[in-house]
Write a protein that binds this ligand. Structure first.
Ligand code: HSE
Length: 311
C-alpha cells in the first residue's frame, strides 16, 4: 500500500456526569486524512483544507503529524509520509475536532505501514495529540474516536479503557453554535476541589448512566444525565445555555448537557424522530438570540475510524 484515505468521527466527551472519563463516537461529522508513502523518512504536510489557515503547517507543531512522527520513530521506519488533512469541523467546537484529526492520522499511518500496532496500542499516540492540541492528554475524545462506541476511561495511570453497550434506539443530537470556546480556557476555569456532597451526587449519576445504558433503562439514563460539578461552571461560556437545554428537554430529550468543553451542546433521545425534533428546538433556542447553528443527529458510531480508499 502506498496511499490511504481514512476517516475518523466526531465525539461527545464527558456525557454530562463523566468529566474526562466518558465519551462516545458519532457517525458524522469527522475528519479525513490522505497519506502517501515517501522513500525518505519524516513527515511532510502537503495541505490542510478547511481550517482557514489556523493549524500549524510545521510537522513538529501540528498534533496530527506529531503523532505520526512518534509512530514512525516507534516502529523504526526508514520511509516517511506526505499528509493532506481535511478538517470537516470547526476548531474549539466541543465536537472532538482535534481528536478526530489525531485519531485519523494515527489510524491511517498504522494501516499504511501494515498495521504493526493494535487499535488499543494506538491510543497513547492519539492522547499525545490531545496534549499538543489542548494541553491535557485526556482520552474521552480520542478513546471513542479510535475504538468506536461509548467508552469509559476507568483509569489514566495505568490506562484502562473499556466499551459499554448502548441501546439500539439511542440517538444523539449535537448542536454547534457559531461561537468558539478554547478547551484550554474551559479547563482553566474549573475548580480543583470538589465538595463531598457533589462527589456523592456525581458518583450516583455516573453509576446510574452506565447501568441505564447497559440495561436499556431510558428513564435511568435520563435521571442520571446530571452534572453538578462541571456544567454549572462552564455553562456560563455558552450563550443561552439554560434556554437551549430546556428546549431540548421540552422536546422529549432524555437529557442535555455540554459536549466536551463546549460550546456545542448535545442531547440523548430515544428514537431518531425525537432526536430530530430536539435538534430543531435547540437550534431555534440559539437562533432566538441571533446565534446560527449546525446540527447533527446520529446513532452511537460503533466502528470508529474507517478506510475510505487505498492504492
Ligand atoms: N474532557 C475534556 C474536557 C474534553 O471537558 O475538557 C474536551 O473536549
Amino acid at each position: 500500500m502506498n496511499y490511504i484515505k481514512a476517516f475518523a468521527p466526531a465525539t461527545v466527551a464527558n456525557v454530562a456526569c463523566g468529566f474526562d472519563i466518558f465519551g462516545f463516537a458519532l457517525d458524522q461529522p469527522g475528519d479525513i486524512v490522505e497519506l502517501r508513502k515517501l522513500d525518505q523518512p519524516g513527515v511532510i504536510i502537503k495541505d490542510i483544507i478547511g481550517d482557514d489557515g489556523r493549524l500549524p503547517r510545521e510537522p513538529e507543531r501540528n498534533a496530527v503529524t506529531v503523532v505520526m512522527l512518534k509512530f514512525l520513530e516507534h516502529i523504526g521506519a526508514t520511509q516517511g509520509v506526505e499528509v493532506i488533512l481535511h478538517k470537516n469541523m470547526p476548531l474549539g467546537s466541543g465536537m472532538g475536532s482535534s481528536s478526530a484529526s489525531s485519531v485519523v492520522g494515527i489510524f491511517a499511518i498504522n494501516e499504511l505501514f501494515g498495521r504493526p500496532l493494535t487499535q488499543t496500542q494506538l491510543l497513547p499516540f492519539a492522547m499525545e495529540g490531545e496534549r499538543i492540541a489542548c494541553g491535557a492528554a485526556h482520552a474521552d475524545n480520542v478513546g471513542p474516536a479510535l475504538l468506536g462506541g461509548f467508552v469509559v476511561i476507568r483509569s489514566y495511570a495505568p490506562l484502562d479503557v473499556f466499551k459499554v453497550k448502548v441501546p439500539d434506539e439511542l440517538y444523539c443530537t449535537l448542536v454547534h453554535p457559531d461561537v468558539e470556546v478554547n478547551t484550554k480556557d474551559a479547563r482553566y476555569i474549573l475548580r480543583n476541589e470538589v465538595s463531598l456532597k457533589n462527589t456523592i451526587s456525581q458518583m450516583g449519576n455516573v453509576a446510574g448512566l452506565i447501568a441505564g445504558l447497559m440495561q436499556e433503562d431510558y428513564d435511568l439514563v435520563s435521571r442520571s444525565m446530571v452534572d453538578v460539578i462541571i456544567e454549572p461552571v462552564r455553562s456560563i461560556l455558552i450563550p443561552e445555555f439554560d434556554h437551549v437545554k430546556q428546549a431540548a428537554l421540552n422536546s422529549g430529550a432524555l437529557g442535555c448537557s455540554i459536549s466536551g468543553a463546549g460550546p456545542s451542546m448535545f442531547a440523548l433521545s430515544r428514537g431518531q424522530e425525537t432526536a430530530s425534533r430536539v435538534a430543531q428546538a435547540m437550534s431555534e433556542a440559539f437562533g432566538s438570540v441571533g446565534i446560527t447553528t449546525k446540527s447533527y443527529v446520529s446513532q452511537i458510531n460503533q466502528q470508529g475510524p474507517k478506510i475510505l480508499e487505498t492504492a
